[in-house]
Design a binder for this molecule. Structure first.
Ligand code: SF4
Length: 92
């Protein structure tokens, strides 16, 4: 991953976040669902993924999560497992 790509993706995500209203992960009653890494939290993680589908910045968030190589959390509706699969040739 090239730092310039990561910076550009982060800048685009930040710009889109500033441009509009709240996004689901910032207003959800259970924001920790986006960071569920613990065993037994599959349902919470699935809820976060579902909430991302209606997010106005989903594509930029997904792209940043992928380009930055984020190891944790749900980004743009992709879990760490989803991102790993996409990096290894899968499509999401
Ligand atoms: S797409 Fe990104 S910004 Fe939107 S709710 Fe999901 S994690 Fe939050």
């Amino acid at each position: 991953m090239r730092p310039a790509q990561r910076q550009a993706a982060h800048a685009e995500l930040a710009k889109q976040l500033r441009a509009g209203g709240p996004v689901p992960c910032r207003v959800a009653p259970d924001p920790e669902a986006w960071w569920s890494q613990r065993e037994g939290d599959a349902a919470r993680s699935a809820a976060a993924v579902a909430a991302c589908r209606s997010c106005r910045v989903r594509v930029a968030c997904r792209d940043y999560g992928m380009l930055a190589g984020e190891e944790f959390g749900v980004w743009g509706g992709l879990t760490p497992v989803d991102r790993g699969a996409a990096r290894h040739g899968g499509r999401t």
